[in-house]
Ligand binder design. Structure first.
Ligand SMILES: [Zn+2]
Length: 238
């Protein structure tokens, strides 16, 4: 039973104009519909945890415990963000001694030695991007938890942006390993990764998991605009 057409075919049903965030958003959930996470089939009058009759995947109105899981990953990521920035990411061993560099001291080193492009890449990839992702996900989870109607369209766009930049998050680990390779080829020094890299990688993975746990449909759920099941049936029949 695919009811996806019944919404669009309804002439007098609620029409949501793209870009107009102030109009009430009638969600599929509000109409008692559930879509399968795996095959995308939309089902009506099914209960949570019931299996999809097409592919057998358990159906959920929203990702189970989405907000709680997002918070757990976000808090862990915030905790790991501290050692990621304070612990050395690069340990350089030369004849003169051992030098330990954190992300920031690395940025300063490259900036002072004239490689400002490299300093900018490391600063953006290792400091700004993780901070932006953490702040965005905290904002999205907090507003979704409060079922806020505040700037829903912008929040939906923000989530897409977080998803897109998530793919480039390992750029920094890549830069460090590339540098280590380059310096070792020249034979001047032996560079190894410090504990900071592990902490940094865990921040990247934890924010990725937080973004995966977050259900973007929660952005459109709100207390005051959601029609009840009876109301939505009336809307469909009109
Ligand atoms: Zn399915």
């Amino acid at each position: 039973m695919n009811n996806a057409d019944s919404l669009s075919a309804s002439d007098d049903g609620p029409i949501i104009v793209a870009g107009d965030a102030d109009l009430p958003a009638y969600t599929a959930a509000g109409h008692g519909m559930m879509s399968c996470h795996h095959c995308g089939t939309v089902w009506q009058e099914v209960r949570d945890h019931e299996d999809c009759q097409r592919c057998g995947t358990p159906l959920h109105m929203r990702k189970p415990h989405s907000i709680m899981r997002s918070w757990a990953f976000l808090i862990a990521a915030c905790i790991m963000y501290i050692p990621a920035n304070l612990m050395p990411v690069m340990v350089t061993k030369t004849l003169l001694g051992t030098q330990q560099d954190t992300i920031m001291s690395g940025v300063i080193y490259f900036w002072v030695s004239g490689s400002w492009e490299l300093a900018a890449i490391i600063f953006i990839a290792s400091f700004l991007v993780p901070l932006f992702k953490l702040a965005s996900l905290i904002l999205l989870t907090l507003t979704a938890q409060k079922r806020s109607r505040w700037r829903r369209l912008q929040r939906a766009k923000l989530y897409r942006l977080v998803e897109i930049i998530g793919r480039w998050s390992m750029l920094d680990v890549f830069v460090v390993s590339l540098l280590a390779g380059l310096v070792q080829i020249e034979g001047f020094a032996k560079i190894t990764a410090g504990f900071g890299v592990l902490a940094f990688a865990s921040v990247v993975v934890l924010t990725m998991l937080a973004a995966l746990s977050f259900d973007p449909r929660l952005t459109w759920d709100s207390n005051d605009t959601e029609p009840t099941a009876n109301q939505s049936k009336r809307l469909l029949r009109n």
